[in-house]
Design a protein around this ligand. Structure first.
Ligand SMILES: C[S@@+](CC[C@H](N)C(=O)[O-])C[C@H]1O[C@@H](n2cnc3c(N)ncnc32)[C@H](O)[C@@H]1O
Length: 473
């Protein structure tokens, strides 16, 4: 029998230690504030499927929360080694990290490794506690720096240390600060300032305020009416099951990437941009792969109309991405009105993102060019046909115009069909003089039917091209 009162006590204690309000915790679990309040007053217990996410947010094991255990996580030596190597943890900090490894979830252990070198943490406990450590007994300073002690000395304090870590991570610094100088308010064009207190985190130009909800700056954009595709993902588990391979892929060099993806990697490695803006990130299948090849310090900005999808991508990246060179920022915004100043961003990338911007694909590239720095590059891939006049292409185009009668999606899609010659003209129309255009696939043979054969994949029949456009001025 689970003791509700005991659970409630632990929940209140851990939530406060993590610096989370009841409503913030409720948001993170997709439940109402009332539900959290009922758990904390011992009137009810959370549903079973919430226990794991709850334990991860609070950094305590399910066993501990339900009352029978001591908060132990089984982080293997392999996980420790991976985290230490990925974030280049110095020898002085390894003892501290391993002392608390059993009290932190895998996710928080990685985060601790990531931030431990950055002085985000105040690893100081009062002398009252440290007086138990032999070496510290003779110390006359009021506080001692725990990084000076080895794992065994720190083990009795593993839980307190883990709690300090969780607090530091949850109130940790947001890399949106690093790119604030590049940004402008999409409503009025003024500069932003960043604000954070215990209850809220937001950026504001003085007149307009945009909250940072669960790590994602929310410019209050809505998904396209009639195409709220992310509602297809009911929860984070759906995201993981549908889009994330079970085994973590660990490329060692460019040779491990597929031929198509190598085009992106080559361009990125040539210019090594300090900031990459990813347009229409969606489930981030592209940028999650490319970020693994980044071996220079880089801030990667993921953007999408959907706050929900970015929130899931953020969680997946936080839990799985180990690359100490990369910081990630998440902006729920519209590519047709980017919150960036003219000529501020050195590199823009979109892995199949531009072709999803219905009724505005041209505007989205023009807007991207606006925010691009001189000599900066846009890299993307687009569905394309070889020659509009070709018989096979004509057959496909007829199937699509016929399709307009029964499906409105064909309308906006039809506007985006260009052949190779037309694409060259289009790139010049956008204002790019310098571009590379690599056709990587030809279009399919048209079927002998009267109806378009692919219901939801309107582009499936088309060829594919990788395009890289440089802004010369
Ligand atoms: C096919 S997905 C892109 C795939 C993704 N880049 C990847 O690597 O997995 C297209 C995304 O574009 C987003 N999108 C569509 N219109 C947009 C707009 N105007 N501004 C920002 N994102 C948009 C959609 O919400 C969707 O998530």
């Amino acid at each position: 029998m689970i003791d509700k009162t005991n659970f409630a006590k632990k929940l209140v204690e851990l939530r406060n230690k993590c610096g989370l309000s009841q409503s913030k915790l409720a948001d993170m679990l997709y439940v109402s504030g009332q539900a959290v309040s009922k758990w904390e007053t011992a009137n009810s217990l959370p549903d079973i499927e919430l226990l794991l996410p709850l334990s991860q947010i609070l950094g305590a094991s399910v066993d501990y929360l339900l009352g029978s255990g001591g908060g132990n996580f089984e982080n293997s030596g392999g996980v420790m080694k991976e985290a230490i190597a990925a974030y280049d943890v110095s020898d002085g900090h390894i003892g501290l990290l391993s002392a608390m490894s059993g009290s932190l979830s895998r996710e928080y252990l990685y985060k601790a490794a990531k931030y431990i070198e950055k002085d985000t943490f105040e690893y100081r406990l009062s002398l009252e506690l440290t007086s138990c450590i032999d070496d510290a007994k003779n110390c006359h300073r009021r506080e001692v720096d725990l990084r000076e002690f080895d794992k065994d000395a720190l083990s009795p304090f593993a839980k307190q240390l883990a709690n300090l870590t969780i607090q530091a991570v949850n109130s940790g610094y947001n890399p949106v600060l690093d790119i604030l100088a590049l940004m402008k308010c999409p409503e009025c064009g003024k500069d932003f300032e960043y604000f954070k207190d215990t209850e809220s985190e937001y950026i504001s130009c003085g007149e307009h305020r945009f909250d940072v909800n669960e790590g994602v700056v929310d410019f209050k954009t809505l998904e396209i009416h009639g195409y709220t595709w992310s509602s297809w993902l009911r929860c984070y588990d759906d995201y993981k099951q549908k889009f994330c391979p079970k085994t973590v892929w660990d490329p060692k060099s460019i040779d491990d990437f597929g031929d198509f993806d190598k085009n992106y990697i080559r361009e990125l490695q040539k210019s090594k941009p300090p900031v990459i803006l990813d347009i229409g990130s969606g489930v981030a299948s592209g940028i999650k792969k490319f970020a693994k090849a980044i071996d220079w310090d880089c801030t990667v900005i993921l953007t999408d109309l959907s706050h929900r999808i970015l929130k899931y991508s953020k969680r997946h990246i936080d839990e799985n991405m180990l690359n100490a060179h990369v910081k990630f920022v998440y902006l729920a915004c519209d590519v047709k009105n980017l919150p960036f100043k003219d000529g501020s961003v050195p590199c823009i990338l979109s892995y199949g993102g531009y072709c999803s911007v219905s009724y505005g694909f041209k505007e989205s590239i023009i807007e991207s060019r606006r925010v691009l720095k001189t000599n900066g590059k846009i890299m993307t891939d687009m569905g394309i046909i070889s020659d509009r006049e070709d018989k096979n292409a004509q057959k496909w185009l007829k199937l699509i115009t016929d399709g307009m009668e029964y499906d409105s999606d064909f309308y906006w899609y039809h506007e985006q069909i260009y052949d190779v010659k037309e694409w060259h003209e289009l790139i010049k129309e956008f204002g790019f003089t310098d571009f590379a255009f690599i056709k990587t696939r030809d279009e399919e043979k048209a079927p002998d039917t009267d109806k378009f054969p692919y219901d939801y994949e309107i582009a499936r029949w088309m060829g594919l091209a990788f395009i890289s456009m440089t802004k010369s001025d």
